[in-house]
Design a protein around this ligand. Structure first.
Ligand SMILES: NC(=O)c1ccc[n+]([C@@H]2O[C@H](COP(=O)([O-])OP(=O)(O)OC[C@H]3O[C@@H](n4cnc5c(N)ncnc54)[C@H](OP(=O)(O)O)[C@@H]3O)[C@@H](O)[C@H]2O)c1
Length: 308
């Protein structure tokens, strides 16, 4: 196979940056690392090292702007994108009552419609060429919803439904699709959502909900991050494996310790099992929650932290 051109979105930090750099270091790839604000290019330039302007070039692309996506793709020779890594995304946590509908729409505009815009731009060419791979940074929350992540999780469910529907058509044209489903990953994402949570005006929520968010959800959620988060480099390594696989899977969970959680969902079509389990873990048996976390952490260490 000749050199493949990979376009990655959201490369100013985190997973996008790690994926772009990892692929650029691998033989056989030319990476177009994009970000919405080129003023933020310095950290990527630093980690790209001598791949910069050789196997990695930096371009502007805002996933919320069709013109910017078109301009970026038009600027590439033959408009050719062999692999799209749709990674740009934003988070949102907290009681529903504390978010405005326009903030929620903004999140969907990036996480869901950002993907839709990108796919609309590159899929027709891929279909014409009868080759291509669309890799989408989804989340474990695209499979299982989580308390106080209602809107973020909904956006990732939308991503999953969109890809699941499109994948069969894509297959007919020999275009591959892969959903990457990380659990927690230590990036700017985490810092931003917790920072927003600290500043959040909880006056819109009733006292009990605000207390559950502050005193139960936030500490537990931090504990989960501190215990189980993967690094962006681990996600990048697994993404490389997916892109170079002869037959890449449609879904890939990056963190083995989350598999029992998603298995609960598939084990009970009524949906009661995951609901009851989460409810009991959070509200009835907080010591069980802490103990399970310790056990998972041990398991993660034994399996080398990741599933590959
Ligand atoms: N971190 C986690 O725990 C986790 C877990 C599961 C899935 N994910 C998913 O992984 C993806 C990457 O997140 P991350 O953890 O690497 O977070 P991150 O460090 O905050 O990176 C997010 C990237 O998306 C970019 N972005 C946001 N809106 C954009 C837009 N309209 N157009 C182009 N780029 C835009 C950001 O650019 P700016 O710097 O300009 O804001 C940044 O480069 C997201 O889709 C996220 O949902 C993350």
């Amino acid at each position: 196979m000749g050199t493949r051109r990979v376009l990655v979105t959201g490369c100013s930090s985190g997973i996008g940056m790690a994926v772009a750099v990892r692929l650029a270091k691998e033989k056989g790839f030319k990476v177009v690392a994009t970000m919405r604000d080129l003023e933020k290019r310095e950290p990527l330039e630093r980690v790209a090292g001598d791949t910069l302007n050789r196997s990695l070039e930096i371009r502007q692309l805002d996933a919320c702007c069709e013109d910017s996506i078109r301009e970026c793709v038009d600027s590439l020779q033959d408009r050719r994108v062999d692999v799209l890594v749709s990674n740009a995304g934003v988070g949102m946590i907290g009681p529903l009552e504390c978010h405005s509908v326009s903030d929620m729409q903004g999140l969907f505009d990036t996480n869901f419609f950002g993907l839709v815009r990108l796919v609309k731009e590159v899929l027709p060419d891929m279909k014409r060429r009868r080759s291509g791979h669309i890799v989408v940074m989804s989340s474990i929350m695209g499979i299982q919803g989580l308390l106080f992540n209602d809107v973020y999780s909904a956006s990732k469910f939308a991503v999953e439904g969109f890809c699941e529907s499109l994948a069969v058509q894509a297959m007919k044209f020999s275009v591959k699709m892969t959903l990457v489903e990380p659990g927690p990953v230590g990036t700017e994402f985490e810092r931003k959502v917790y920072e927003d949570a600290e500043k959040m005006d909880l006056a819109g929520a009733d006292e009990e909900t605000a207390r559950i968010f502050r005193e139960i959800y936030l500490p537990y959620s931090r504990m989960v991050f501190n215990s189980l988060a993967q690094t962006p480099e681990e996600i990048a390594e697994q993404t490389l494996q997916l892109i170079t696989a002869k037959e890449p899977p449609f879904r890939h969970q990056t963190n083995r310790v989350y598999m029992p959680m998603t298995a609960l969902k598939h084990a009970d079509p009524t949906g009661r099992l995951p609901l009851d389990t989460f409810y009991k873990l959070l509200f009835k048996h907080d010591s069980l929650f802490t103990a399970s976390l310790g056990l998972l952490r041990m398991l993660q260490k034994r399996t080398g932290k990741s599933s590959n």
